[in-house]
Design a protein around this ligand. Sequence first.
Ligand SMILES: [Mg+2]
Length: 252
Amino acid sequence: MSDAPVYPRLSFDEQSRLLGNIVTRCAHRSSEPTPVVVFDLDGTLMDNRPRTCAILREFGASLKTREPAIAESLMHAEPGHLAYLLSDSMEALGVHRTDLVAELQVFWRARFFADDHLVHDVALPGAVKFAHDCYEAGAILVYMTGRDLPLMGIGSFRSLRDLGFPIGVPGTELVLKPDAAMADEAYKRLEAPKLARVGRVVAAFDNEPGNCNVFKTHFPEAESVFVDTQHLPGAPALSPGVATIGDFRSSS
Ligand SMILES: [Mg+2]
């Protein structure tokens, strides 16, 4: 995969400057529509790998008698062991049995994409402070996630609240997919233009290069920022002008 795109990250100083400039652009001028900052959730504001680890521990517990060695490996899974795809994570954890991987896929899917296990997610470094900085500077925050409303809406609201992000106050919105079966990029491509009714998009953050390119196309004046955590294998190169950061830490 030598031709896979590379995503060089900004230096810490450049990242601090970019985030600081975005906060400055969040100041509301009465002659213009209110600034809007768009945040994806999974892999952008939040690290969801602890959610998968919790599910692996539950699956491991269910295997204790049947497959004690595999159970032991799953019980000790850490976020650093996980690949983007569950099947690759299983390989890394030494689980090579296709029947068990298939069983786990069903077990994982029923829990990963559901309200209750969102409690395990953690905020990316600096994310809570940066969201507050944007909000307090005057922006409307739109959390626009590929999670779906029927299965993950309540848990997503609760998770944002419990992690300390601005939510449930004027100038914040949680926007979810109507249907889990819809592809994330298609959903964001369809819905992004509707953000114009909220205000003037000044920045959008996402951990999928394809989504960052969608935002850059729809809002060329805004900062489109790629958060380089995990992304789908085979992701495209970034469009010109999309910046790359690893988290939301800054010197301010
Ligand atoms: Mg994401």
